[in-house]
Design a protein around this ligand. Structure first.
Ligand code: ARG
Ligand code: GLU
Length: 722
């Protein structure tokens, strides 16, 4: 009897990991009332689902915007001040920066509205309403259709539904699949186009800790930047114009001065990009035991080479700063993800769950359900080698900068060979490439690229069998006798893609036959051989296998919902507005170690090191620390809190999302996850999955006390319950 109940408990734990507990779940705003309101209120929330999302009255959702194409932002003043992360505003802050006005390094503060800086091309997108359009989208779809037919019917239905809506509306409409294609929702949105930069802290605050601290808790980064939405005189979105006026939102977030305590209820409202919580064990194995380790090795090789040269020469460090950050960000994420799945025994847990599922399916009498697991196994068996080959192509072949750069000349070659194309079209492409050349050579350092090429080609060659490798490896074997360095030297000696002068002169004097010079270039040839291999051998198979997998995933999730009718399932993230909720909480990353839930300015001073770029502290911040001039931003404990950790289930795209307390007041801005919990994109573990936020009082402190831009606080609403 006793043994039995233990087994039951174990099974329950395994099950619940795969369904919902704690902070897990990215929920649909329009379904909150029926799915989550009760639980949220039990956890401490004092407002209602209707306060969060409503189409009848103003609600919290009226203050959340997709920032650009990859981040979240929120409105925090009656005059349309928009708050997001520093790393989300980074590109735009960089665009305004010159040697004389280096806003990235020194920060930027508009001291009046006239000084705010426009950012052509930057948009902020507001969700007006979401609607369930599943029935319209699945009209004329029948379960026995081929995946291809199904997709084309769905595509046509989506077009009909969105066209119909847009005809009679000033808003935009788009439709996305949810629950692996078991449901379709329409998003009705308004896109703002005049978004101006208002303020950004210096990088040694906004990026404090840099890539060293990235994905890590305890964290001390002031990762925020401030923008403002402008609209035309009628209050509608418009391109930049001097006559535009600040946007008057339907709702903006009150900002709480009370801080958070361990155990407090919080929720995050924003735009998570992508999760895969319902994959079978075969997929988890492919991602975490094959794909991630390969990519990690390749990226590590590249990062080591970047580091070697950057340490020797500060100019090289600046040139490679953005590239390094980009490569390092997901390198580190993948290490965390694979490690996390291993720590959770994630593959075994999924396998056990699948055994249970198969047992249930065999009793269900549904043959389709009963056949799912063997079918998944077969498809992932076929997909894995192709995926591996594609990873090497992207992360090794295309990681050679001149090869990737050369591939961008393919369009010019095509246009030049096509007799129907006009000189105008060709000239337009040439102008585009000229601009691109300037950007490329500004941040290019040949010794790094040469060493990357030699090292990565060796790994690429040793990791795959012949059929999965591009033709240039034959040359390396036969003509260069496996001497990767000699082959690299040959490519660099002959190619023009590392020689700015030769490339400009080609474009400046471009003639109808000049494309032949590009076609003969060895870096271009490498790029084309990879393209050919991809097109001929991988692309078709990959698409058809992925289509079959998508179709199985749809059926698998539907079956699980039948198996567990009482569970609340949540759809994977797909870059639509979601709510996730949890508690402020520390965690134990390993045996005997416990991390508290908040960090303070004291921690910044502990990390300070004037000799390490990531840990430089400015005199001004040190002075404020020494005089303890924290004003109303100090915590009850007298210190200045900088960041906090909580168990909200977030992912990429949630950067910049508002973190809200039980009253729906702003207490933080989300910007990262802790390393031990990065497997939450595949499976969530409430014990270690934590989102990392800047404490909103640190943001206010930097604006007011550090930057002296306290006038901005006049348009905000600061609240305190004490
Ligand atoms: N890890 C965070 C995210 O995925 C922050 C990235 C930017 N910061 C950095 N140090 N590279 O986007
Ligand atoms: N920094 C991420 C972003 O840019 C958020 C971190 C995460 O992946 O959770 O969206």
């Amino acid at each position: 009897m006793k043994i039995r109940s233990t087994i039951l408990v174990i099974i329950f734990v395994i099950f619940s990991r795969l369904t919902i507990i704690g902070g897990e779940g990215m929920w649909i705003p329009m379904l909150l009332q029926q799915m989550n309101e009760k639980e949220m209120q039990e956890m401490g929330m004092k407002i209602t689902a209707e306060d969060i999302y409503s189409i009848n009255k103003s609600s919290l959702k009226d203050a959340i915007l997709l920032f650009g194409r990859g981040c979240t932002s929120e409105i925090i003043s009656k005059d349309g001040l928009l708050l997001t992360n520093h790393h989300c505003g980074f590109g735009n802050i960089q665009k305004h920066s010159t040697v004389e006005h280096d806003y990235l390094t020194d920060g930027f503060w508009a001291m009046n509205r006239g000084e705010e800086l426009p950012n052509p091309g930057l948009t902020a997108t507001l969700l007006i309403e979401m609607r369930d359009v599943t029935d319209s989208i699945l009209t004329a779809v029948d379960e026995n259709m081929s995946m291809k037919d199904r997709q084309s019917v769905i595509k046509a239905n989506i077009k009909r539904v969105t066209d119909n809506f847009e005809k009679g509306s000033k808003y935009k409409a788009s439709v996305k699949p949810f629950f692996q294609g078991n449901a379709y929702y329409m998003m009705i949105t308004e896109v703002f186009k005049d978004i101006r930069l208002v303020g950004a802290p210096p990088s040694n605050i906004g990026k404090f800790g840099g890539d060293t601290d990235n994905w890590m808790w305890p964290r001390h980064t002031g990762d925020f930047s401030l923008f403002r939405i402008y609209v035309n005189k009628e209050g509608n979105p418009a391109e930049y114009s001097e006559d535009n006026v600040p946007y008057q939102p339907k709702f903006y977030f009150p900002i709480s001065l009370d801080g958070v305590e361990e155990g407090d209820f919080t929720f995050v409202f924003g735009y998570p990009a992508r999760t895969n919580e319902y994959l079978p064990s075969y997929a988890i194995e492919m991602i975490t035991e094959v794909g991630n380790p390969d990519k990690i090795e390749l990226r590590e090789t590249r990062l080591d080479i970047f580091k070697k040269y950057s340490n020797k020469d500060p100019e090289v460090r600046i040139k490679y700063a953005t590239k390094d950050a980009r490569v390092a960000n997901y390198w580190k994420k993948m290490i965390g993800e694979s490690g996390g799945v291993k720590r959770m025994n994630g593959i075994e847990a999924k396998q056990k769950y699948e055994d249970e599922f198969t047992h249930w399916a065999s009793l269900s009498g549904n043959d389709q359900y009963a056949g799912l697991m063997p079918e998944f196994k077969k498809l992932y068996g076929e997909l894995t080698p192709i995926k591996v080959a594609a990873h090497y192509m992207m992360e090794a072949g295309m990681a050679i900068e001149i090869v990737k750069f050369a591939s961008t000349y393919a369009k010019l070659v095509e246009l030049s060979k096509d007799k129907t194309k006009s000189v105008d079209e060709i000239n337009k492409e040439i102008e585009k490439l000229k601009k691109q050349n300037i950007a490329f050579f500004k941040d290019y350092y040949k010794p790094i690229d040469e060493e990357v090429m030699t090292s990565l080609l060796r790994i690429y060659d040793n990791s795959l069998t012949t059929e999965f490798k591009p033709d240039f490896f034959n040359t390396i074997h036969n003509k260069y006798n496996y001497d990767y360095k000699a082959y690299t030297q040959y490519v660099f000696a002959k190619s023009m893609f590392d020689k700015e002068g030769r490339l400009s002169s080609l474009l400046d004097n471009y003639k109808s036959k000049s494309y032949k010079k590009i076609e003969r270039d060895p870096a271009y040839i490498m790029a084309m051989e990879m393209g050919k291999l991809f097109k001929e051998k991988f692309r078709g198979n990959m698409t058809s296998i992925n289509n079959s997998i998508d179709s199985l995933q749809r059926i698998y999730l539907k079956a699980q919902m039948e198996m567990k009718p009482d569970n609340h399932f949540y759809p994977d993230a797909n870059f639509t507005l979601r709510v996730t909720y949890g508690n402020v909480n520390g965690y134990s990353p390993k045996d005997a170690v416990y991390y508290k839930h908040f960090t303070t300015l004291d921690g910044i001073m502990e990390k300070e090191d004037p000799d390490i770029y990531d840990y430089v502290v400015t005199d001004r911040l040190r002075e404020l620390y020494e005089t303890k001039d924290y004003g109303q931003y100090a915590d009850k404990d007298g210190s200045l809190h900088v960041g906090f950790a909580a168990s909200n289930h977030t992912t990429g795209g949630n950067s910049g999302s508002p973190v809200l307390n039980a009253n729906g007041e702003l207490v933080g801005v989300n910007f990262d996850r802790c390393w031990e919990g990065t497997m939450s994109d595949l499976m969530y573990d409430p014990n270690v999955c934590r989102n990392i936020s800047i404490d909103i009082r640190y943001f206010l402190f930097i604006v007011d006390k550090y930057a002296g831009a306290g006038y901005l606080l006049d348009e905000m609403k600061l609240v305190s319950g004490e």
